[in-house]
Design a protein around this ligand. Sequence first.
Ligand code: ADP
Ligand code: NI
Length: 219
Amino acid sequence: MKHQDIIEATTQWVREQLWNEHTGHDWHHIERVTKTAKALALKEHADLVVVTLSALVHDLADDKVVESEEGGLQAIKAWFSERKLDKETIDHILSIITSMSFKGGNGEPMATIEGQVVQDADRLDALGAVGIARTFIYSGSKGQPMYDPSLPTRESMTLDEYRNGNSSAIHHFHEKLLKLKDLMNTDAGRSLAKERHQFMEQFLDQFHNEWNGTLEEGR
Ligand code: ADP
Ligand code: NI
């Protein structure tokens, strides 16, 4: 199949699988990440076919979405092999997905510019207005409160307490989201992350002011 046909078929394939997914990895997340990844790829001179296909399948090996990461990777490999994508490209895509999905990973940085771009695009979707909205949806689905000032922060919790979801949406900003801007791989990604980071800080200031009953100036 031609690259463009593989991209179109893969788009349909992923859309069908994630249409009813509500863990924060729904089709619209994939669509946004793919769009952002393509824009970053142009700025960073990365290969558009590898970036587009990797972004489309990037969550199909996440154990929140499929039963096992290994099974997910096998399915992705079979899908592209059946469509006669060349082995080098398939291996490249699989190595990107592996580095992205394995939790904690091996701590090694993304090896290629294509992987860096897709990882940046995924992280950008956790930031800004959309990132804020996803966090509250996710916390709500886990039965967590939007905020609870009496809860300990990540630093003072045991890992088990943390994993058991003893947290809140606002805590997640400090545990993860506010750290992402310093983890960006590319210049283009970093500059978008900076804007979205500032927006989240503004949101948190306003949130705490309202929570504490602090009246804003001039009202
Ligand atoms: P990724 O898309 O990088 O795999 P995750 O699976 O960690 O991201 O999370 C998906 C979304 O769910 C994120 O945007 C994040 O805001 C939200 N989320 C993940 N973990 C938590 C948590 N412990 N509390 C609140 N929100 C969370
Ligand atoms: Ni994702």
